[in-house]
Design a protein around this ligand. Sequence first.
Ligand SMILES: *[C@@H]1O[C@H](CO)[C@@H](O)[C@H](O)[C@H]1NC(C)=O
Ligand SMILES: *[C@@H]1O[C@H](CO)[C@@H](O)[C@H](O)[C@H]1NC(C)=O
Length: 309
Amino acid sequence: MNSKTRMLLLVSFLLSLLMAKYYFRNKQGGQLKLSDWFKPRSRFDVIATTDWLAPVVWEGLFNRQPLEKYYQKQNITVGLAVFAIGKLAGNDLNLFLQSANKFFMPGHRVIFYIMVDTYPNLMPMQLNPLRSFQVIPLHEENWLYNFDLMCMKFLGEHILEHIQYEVDFLFSMSTNMVFESEFGVETLGTSVALLHSWWYFRNTKNFPYERRLKSAAYIPFGQGDFFYGSSIVGGTPENVLKLINEYLKDAIQDMENGVNSTYEKYLNKYFFLNKPTKLLSPEYSWNPKFKPPPQVRFVKVSHYPRANF
Ligand SMILES: *[C@@H]1O[C@H](CO)[C@@H](O)[C@H](O)[C@H]1NC(C)=O
Ligand SMILES: *[C@@H]1O[C@H](CO)[C@@H](O)[C@H](O)[C@H]1NC(C)=O
């Protein structure tokens, strides 16, 4: 063997060592593939995957175990922001928190961001060491002017100031919800939207999108993917912030033009333009007044819709 060949052999040997090391490291720490936890072909009675290939999380389509392993290793922290404003809020908030404490991301670090106008009478709770609370008082005179706008403005400010440094994923939910069973890592994603439990089962044609051309929330007839519910949004803090900023921009522009729309309609426009990477099925926000259809096998969160005040 001449020295050149020997050199070449040595180099290729080192290269293969390097590649093996790389391969094994990736195997251990590596990325989670959708197919590792999501089985869209397990059910044919529901929409399992969107046109843009985002998974729709239904009972029976996912396997939590590989996700648990993955996110445990990632040592994640999940934030849950909730607004408790007005007279009825106290009672709602207690039910919400008691159930969230039990069922929201069990086994993972969670920070509850409780945004209140008056300090709430919280019922004592058995907190496990992975859970913490931040009660954030909101001072604002103009609550009644536009509730959703004010809430989102505050949430945006707090994401910028501290939440973005404290959590890996963030959900914002309304207080009038009660967790019935595990709301776990299957719901995590960079941009998470909820399928509206009523409109999922209705015809696209009738979706209550904003139809006034002048509004920034306008979606033309014949367009749109789903009707999304406003009781849950989620994603990375950066993505939730992006959604909030778009909403504020559009809502303020419309206000100036005298065409108010609703938060839910702006949200629908946002997700029409910025497709969510994960969708939650109506199981994640079911109104118990209605008997679930066979597609809804397992209600994870009950939603008690009512006016804001
Ligand atoms: C996980 O994260 C928390 C807070 O971010 C930190 O205090 C803790 O040391 C981390 N644990 C590991 C094993 O990295
Ligand atoms: C917009 O809505 C708010 C409350 O949601 C209302 O007070 C205001 O008058 C409305 N403005 C217009 C131009 O419709």
